[in-house]
Design a binder for this molecule. Structure first.
Ligand code: G3P
Length: 217
């Protein structure tokens, strides 16, 4: 499974990239806004740190404007993937951009039908929002496994990015459901290493080792 970081924070990206665990990065207008930095500057910096795909989202929602912006974003670095919202204009833009070999990530996917349309339009990545689906009392992981089955049935190449991940369980279940990628916020990434029994185990090993060393003297 590939891990993307869902953030535009360069310090956090460097922190986890240094572990060799980061395969890509996803951003969106909300994440860019948090950083209070120039959009182009921050995306170019991220693209220079991480070798894998870096999603930068369009900020226009009408077809012509979206395609124009996507063409511009794709020039910022070789590894840019343009994030396009799941709308009729968005699908049309994805179709146009795929013919120009500009990579796209169709975002804000909340149903199997939306995912299927995005794959058929030529999106390289499709992003179901697990946490936001769960927020509505529905089952985000079920959507991931259904999309996985549908893409497999029809042999689509689009990769599923499990997005809006809020818990460790979301990541584990997305992996079980067949997501190709999970895009993980740094706050959740940091929690993936730890388990109370790991901490307890280390504590006990240290304690026993101190006892052993004292006895040995
Ligand atoms: O990748 C999508 C993600 O940024 C949305 O997450 O927690 O705002 O639903 P969230």
């Amino acid at each position: 499974m590939k891990f993307f970081l869902d953030t535009a924070n360069v310090e956090q990206i460097k922190r986890f990239n240094d572990l060799g665990l980061v395969d890509g990065v996803t951003t969106n207008p909300s994440l860019i806004n948090k950083e209070k930095r120039d959009f182009k500057e921050v995306v170019k910096e991220i693209a220079s740190i991480v070798d894998g795909p870096i999603s930068a989202e369009v900020t226009h929602y009408e077809y012509e404007e979206m395609v124009k912006e996507a063409r511009e974003l794709s020039k910022w670095a070789d590894n840019i993937v343009v994030k396009i919202p799941m709308t009729e204009d968005g699908l049309r833009a994805i179709n146009t951009l795929s013919k120009e070999r500009i990579k796209t990530n169709c975002t804000l996917i909340f149903s199997v039908a939306q995912g299927l349309l995005a794959a058929k339009a030529g999106a390289n990545y499709i992003s179901p929002f697990i946490g936001r689906i769960d927020d509505m009392g529905e089952d985000g992981i079920r959507l991931v496994s259904d999309l996985h089955e549908v893409l497999f049935n029809y042999d689509y190449d689009s990769e599923i990015i499990a997005a809006s991940i809020r818990t460790n369980k979301h990541l584990e279940n997305a992996a079980l459901a067949g997501a190709d990628i999970a895009t993980i916020p740094p706050s959740i990434f940091a929690k993936l290493f730890s388990h109370p029994l790991t901490d307890k185990g280390i504590y006990l090993f240290q304690k026993d080792w101190e006892e052993f060393e004292k006895r040995d003297k």
